[in-house]
Write a protein that binds this ligand. Structure first.
Ligand SMILES: [Zn+2]
Length: 269
């Protein structure tokens, strides 16, 4: 979307001080840090002492990061620009493996958000709330037979297993369980089919979380069939938004077999 990553932009901006120090820029501050901190040491191998100021230690931390991800000898010889340094940092960053699952374009934004919390194991399940000491009862809100951990809620709870079974049957798959690792290594003939299946699983996670909240706050749980209908509607709606794309048109028979064929009357939930 062209939005800069604030963390890496900040690192790239701080990198300017490293560039100044390495090039011994003619400024009072650079002369001062060489005289007080670095002294006779080599800047790239320098480590701050524990008594150094927080700001100075952050500058040194950024310097160590730069050493790991770029050729610093070439970098210091070129004129400094924040944009170029930012681009170098971005190209060297490690992408989390669940990125394609969580930020799937076939998911509604609310589904993306809950999937992101799920992937990071940050949903506020009772197990986490117990750890924070804000509740005393850690039993699953849906089945009341197990501790409400993320694993139980999405993989072992009877209700979730029934929902997964329905979704799996509808998609023509044979899953009794899913995991992020498995999902990321699934082999499908087309990327679109993989995205549709991942969107359905992400929507399932979202729906189970909504059902859990409904059980906790309203004391009612929808039937698994209703959950399946909600998942179908959510994925169908996103497909409708993207309906003019060529690869979507190519997969029409596959989508039609799963009742995901685009219709003008589908509404967002
Ligand atoms: Zn349960």
């Amino acid at each position: 979307m062209g939005i800069a990553d604030c963390f890496f932009w900040n690192v790239a901006s701080i990198a300017k001080y490293s560039w100044w120090i390495a090039n011994k820029k003619d400024s009072l501050w650079v002369r001062w840090v060489h005289h007080i901190y670095i002294k006779q040491d080599d800047w790239w191998n320098y480590s701050p002492t524990v008594n150094s100021s927080w700001v100075w230690r952050q500058i040194c931390k950024v310097k160590d990061k730069l050493k790991l991800v770029m050729n610093i000898h070439t970098w210091v010889q070129k004129p400094f620009t924040t944009q170029q340094t930012y681009d170098c940092l971005m190209s060297a960053r490690v992408q989390v493996p669940w990125n394609p699952f969580v930020w799937n374009r076939l998911c509604l934004p609310k589904v993306n958000f809950i999937s992101w919390l799920f992937a990071k194991n940050r949903l506020l399940t009772k197990q986490r709330l117990l750890r924070f000491g804000v509740i005393l009862d850690g039993v699953c809100c849906i089945c009341a037979t197990g501790p409400e951990s993320q694993d139980h809620l999405f993989f072992y709870c009877q209700f979730s297993r029934q929902c997964l079974q329905l979704v799996s049957q509808w998609l023509g798959l044979n899953w009794t369980r899913f995991s992020l690792d498995d999902m990321l290594h699934w082999k499908f003939r087309s990327l679109l089919k993989k995205q549709v299946v991942m969107a359905c699983i992400a929507s399932l996670i979202y729906s189970i979380w909504v059902c859990r909240n409904s059980a906790k706050h309203d004391g009612c749980i929808p039937r698994p069939n209703r959950v399946l209908q909600q998942i179908q509607s959510m994925v169908k709606f996103r497909l409708q938004v993207l309906q003019s794309e060529a690869n979507l048109l190519k997969s029409r028979p596959w989508l039609a077999a799963r009742n995901l064929l685009l219709s003008a009357n589908v509404r967002a939930m």
